[in-house]
Design a protein around this ligand. Structure first.
Ligand SMILES: [Mg+2]
Length: 85
């Protein structure tokens, strides 16, 4: 299973909570990645791999890049399927 954690408004809202979550997820043998609509040059600070969609809808960006996501955690789920351009 792979979990996608949003950055802005999700991770940034409670970093200590999500740091503990990321550590727990890893202990359970589950993969967690950050999928953000930021561009790569927009710095993020999070303890898991980060994928930058550059404002493209997350679901379609991940599909196009061969990244299967099983569970999404996102404060703005409309951007999983919709661009932010
Ligand atoms: Mg967000």
């Amino acid at each position: 299973m792979r979990i996608a954690l949003d950055y802005d408004g999700t991770y940034t809202r409670a970093p200590a909570l999500w740091d503990a979550f990321i550590a727990s997820v890893k202990q359970h043998g589950v993969e967690v990645v950050c999928v953000t609509m930021r561009h790569p040059e927009e710095v993020t600070e999070i303890g898991c791999p980060v994928h930058y969609t550059g404002r493209e809808a997350k679901l379609f960006w991940c599909a196009r890049n061969g990244l299967q996501i099983d569970v999404w955690i996102d404060d703005m789920p409309q951007y999983i399927v919709g661009d932010a351009r």
